[in-house]
Design a protein around this ligand. Sequence first.
Ligand SMILES: Nc1nc2c(c(=O)[nH]1)N[C@@H](CN(C=O)c1ccc(C(=O)N[C@@H](CCC(=O)O)C(=O)O)cc1)CN2
Length: 288
Amino acid sequence: MADSDTQRAILLLSCPDTRGIVAEVSYFITTYNGNILDSQQHSDPDTRTFFMRVEWDLAEFTIPAGKIASAFEPIAEKYAMDWRIEFSSRQHRMAIFVSQYDHCLYDLILRNREGETHADIRCVIGNHGKMQEIADIFDIPFYHMKVTKSNKAEVEKQQLDILEKEQIDVIVLARYMQILSDDFVSHYPNQIINIHHSFLPAFIGAKPYHQAYQRGVKIIGATSHYVTADLDEGPIIAQDVARISHRDSVKNLVARGRDLEKLVLTRAVKLHLEHRILPYGNKTVVFD
Ligand SMILES: Nc1nc2c(c(=O)[nH]1)N[C@@H](CN(C=O)c1ccc(C(=O)N[C@@H](CCC(=O)O)C(=O)O)cc1)CN2
């Protein structure tokens, strides 16, 4: 029986839907003595696209990790798959971007320290200096880079240099209040995770709680999504909501929203780190 320390392989694939894919993928794994621990699939009726995530224990797998992809290649070609293989032993290298709100930053760091998530948090980058003291508590390098309309391009270049130096492969915007340029985003496709403090697609852009209050809504929400050039319109990963009423002020909405934002962002980050998300177009298949 696999325990949490056993190295596991995760195969993620999408391809035109047809019969026999699950059987052939499972046969490939079991032929080489792999023990399948989790297997999920979805067939999208609109696009007739098949999606699959299968995870198996490598303890007695007879193909070395570095040669699994080449061994699987013929099956991938046969079904015209878009696919990748990940390993549980590879730890993500994470950068967290912040502005002036600390709740999501604290939550991400503490849950990672508790072992709820398993990332190597390499740095925090803030356009305000307020969060430096939090990064210092946890001995995480903090880069304060003030952003103005005139220096935004230069700051983004400096940010990209840091991300490259640190070999970052996942960026979390923990209430980071600067819109990233198309160029910046293009460097990290489906690798930048944002928490937007509304139930998208409602209230895109700045100050969604103020927008919700003015609209008189009875539910507020939080949405975590991959960041694209289109503000707050990237593939949605996770959402949650809370009921509110006419008795709630904007201040109440902000307070109620903080808990939602933390839970939704951590859920999305955990799903990403465990390779449970398959983006397609502007949607996602989430194998949770
Ligand atoms: N390219 C993208 N960048 C960012 C996204 C995104 O979806 N695509 N999400 C935002 C986060 N966000 C809402 O969740 C958001 C942040 C900031 C703004 C905004 O209008 N910012 C102003 C400056 C505000 C300030 O200086 O305090 C601006 O950039 O001109 C709207 C929505 C993160 N980035």
